[in-house]
Design a protein around this ligand. Structure first.
Ligand code: BES
Ligand code: ZN
Length: 615
């Protein structure tokens, strides 16, 4: 408590040094997005017409992006974001126009400058993507399940849309779109839009997104993909060999949408489908509107990892409907979504189940704060990413510290008041942008009403885990703690009471083991519970990390098989990181990375490359 009060006093003292009027004016200005070089805050771009072809032989996308322009201030030029794009020509209202492309700024790319006539309404840009397109992962047939057709998908968040579409690439800039996409005849194309259900023989697909979305939610996938309906408005897309497994795993997704609506109001995007990607996908999931992209590593066979779908679905409100204004406000997207995800899981599975998710999340938060440093500004909810790659903001802070702040609000104001507050928040800001300061004002006006006892500023503009951080009750994990303790006191694994444990209980069981365990302990656990062969990717990843720490070599072949195909950064970074702790492990990491890096996403290759090659 003392610490919190001190932080409050310091903030108050700093504020006193500024005249009140100036401070107020600053707070009301919309946040400046330093990660776009476009001027779409002054020139409106309400609509995109995209007409592109996907060329697997040359590994590029090319065609024309036509923007509808509204230029009320008659600015002389439109500036757009591009990254490694070749611009072939630009037509303004049909007239060929001399454009310029600035030299590239690190990770921001090259600003495209297009002179405008005062009455210009359409800007058509003929372009193709480059070899370093950060949004694109091109897969050889061998990297897919079916092994016969290639696969392409995009990942645009946070600032990669500019590497496949010339656009105003800031989360605060929204537009509607139509698209025509040509792919090889054997493939189906899908977008974050109204989608086809079946392949056709022309290879040409038409898409429409009628709700305005920011560029980071632009998405495209092409591959040997089929569809299975779950219910009237939900379904799953996957490679044919994965389709039935995925359909089984996601059986409850229809109910999930209903549960989400019961919490925070209507689902406003029409259809909700999930696309299961090949294993190289660098993320767990991505909330592309109408079509969540997800990793196949959540298809565990027992529906134990579907909270990830609840998370991506929840973004249909927090993020896609009410969007963080800049990447400094990322916690407004992710913290809200984690809170919402756990509320959905609670309504589907009960409070004791959701409490396990909360506790695992809290453990992630503790670990992240320790890794970043408890006094670091990077543990504030409001980030400082000016002059930095927004990827640096992608930590558990936005997710878990953000979610725990909302849990604190719920616990202190009551669930009924919290739910009314959130529902009204989503309704009154639908299809709009939100920054941290605007949210804090809204929170004060609608829920806190002058109550300062929660010290919200210490969460948003202060480091570490605040002292009033809530902690979920631990009914189910208490039993796990007891069984772990018995094992560590020498009980044989077969005598432990593990009946009915979900993967969350197993995770908690393993996470809190001393590291390293002895070889004999690893062997005993493995013989009884078969962790090395676990079909649950979360459990397997953790077990491999423990195996590296304990030099438990019987797990290495399975670990290598895992690393040879799984590209999910959340799994790869800690596992390679554990190897890097010893000279023997470093040699193993370098060898495995050089063998399998080609199966990872370009951005994962880059970040792992840095991890593995640092001295
Ligand atoms: N929107 C994020 C993914 C993201 C964030 C991509 C920032 C690029 C930049 C997505 O909703 C997400 O959070 N995915 C998580 C899974 C989730 C259950 C925590 C992931 O991929 O691990
Ligand atoms: Zn998310």
């Amino acid at each position: 408590m003392r610490k919190l009060m001190l932080a409050g006093c310091l903030a108050a003292a700093a504020a006193c040094q500024q005249p009140a009027a100036k401070k107020e004016a600053q707070a009301l200005l919309p946040a400046k997005d330093t990660h776009t070089q476009s001027n779409a805050d002054s020139i409106r771009l309400p609509h995109l017409d995209l007409d592109v072809a996907v060329d697997f032989d040359r590994r590029r996308i090319g065609g024309v992006a036509t923007w509808t322009v509204e230029n009320p201030h008659k600015l002389p030029a439109l500036h757009l974001d591009t990254y490694d794009l070749t611009i072939d020509s630009v037509l303004v209202d049909g007239t060929n126009t001399a454009f310029t492309l600035d030299s590239a700024v690190q990770y921001l790319g090259s600003r495209l400058n297009i002179p405008l006539t005062p009455e210009a309404t359409k800007v058509a840009i003929w372009y193709k993507t480059g070899a370093n397109a950060t949004a694109l992962q091109w897969l050889e047939p061998s990297q897919t399940l079916g092994k016969k057709q290639p696969f392409l998908y995009t990942q645009s968040e946070s600032i990669y849309a500019r590497s496949w579409i010339p656009c105003a690439d800031g989360p605060g800039i929204r537009f509607r779109y139509d698209a025509r996409v040509k792919v090889p005849k054997q493939l189906l194309a899908l977008m974050s839009a109204e989608n086809p259900r079946e392949r056709n023989d022309s290879g040409i697909y038409h898409f429409k997104m009628e709700q305005p979305v920011p560029a980071y939610l632009m998405a495209l996938a092409a591959g040997d993909i089929s569809f299975a309906a779950i219910d009237q408005r939900t379904g799953v897309y996957a490679e044919p060999a994965m389709l039935q497994k995925a359909r089984y795993e996601f059986e409850d997704v229809g109910k999930m949408v209903g549960a989400a609506e019961a919490l925070y109001g209507p689902y406003r995007w029409g259809q909700y489908d999930v696309l299961v990607l090949p294993p190289g996908f660098p993320l767990g999931g991505m909330e592309n509107p109408r079509l969540t992209f997800c990793t196949p590593t959540i298809i565990a066979g027992d529906r134990s990892l579907v909270s990830l779908v609840a998370h991506e679905l929840a973004h249909s409100w927090s993020g896609n409907l009410v969007t963080n204004a800049t990447w400094n406000d990322f916690w407004l997207n992710e913290g809200f979504t984690v809170y919402f995800e756990r509320r959905i899981m609670e309504s589907m599975m009960g409070a004791d189940y959701a409490d396990m998710l909360w506790e695992l999340g809290y453990q992630d938060l503790e670990e992240e704060v320790a890794a970043i440093g408890k006094d670091s500004k990077d543990t504030w909810l409001k980030l400082h990413l000016e002059g930095r790659d927004p990827d640096e903001g992608l930590t558990s802070i936005a997710y878990e510290k953000g979610a725990h702040l909302l849990r604190l609000l719920e616990e202190s104001k009551g669930r009924a008041a919290m739910d009314t507050f959130l529902r009204t928040y989503f309704d009154s800001h639908a299809f709009k942008t939100m920054d941290t300061e605007q949210f804090l004002r809204y929170l004060d006006g609608h829920l806190l009403k002058g109550d300062t006892t929660l010290h919200i500023d210490a969460w948003v503009y202060g480091p570490g885990i605040p002292e009033n951080c809530p902690r979920a009750p631990q009914a189910r994990f208490k039993k796990v703690d007891e069984e772990r303790a018995r094992f560590l006191e020498g009980a044989a694994p077969a005598t432990l009471s593990t009946n009915g444990w979900t993967s969350h209980e197993w995770l908690h069981f393993l996470r809190k083991m001393p590291r390293p365990l002895t070889y004999a302990q690893m062997e005993q656990l493995d013989k009884t519970f078969g962790f090395t062969q676990s079909g649950n990717s979360e459990v397997a990843d953790l077990w491999y990390i423990m195996s590296v720490a304990a030099v438990y070599k019987p797990a290495y072949p399975a670990m290598e098989a895992f690393l040879s195909k799984v590209g999910r950064r959340k799994f790869l970074t800690p596992l390679y990181g554990e190897m890097m702790k010893t000279p023997e492990g470093t040699a193993m990491a370098r060898n495995l990375f050089s063998k399998y890096r080609g199966n990872y996403h370009p951005l994962a290759q880059e970040s792992l490359g840095k991890l593995i090659n640092k001295q």
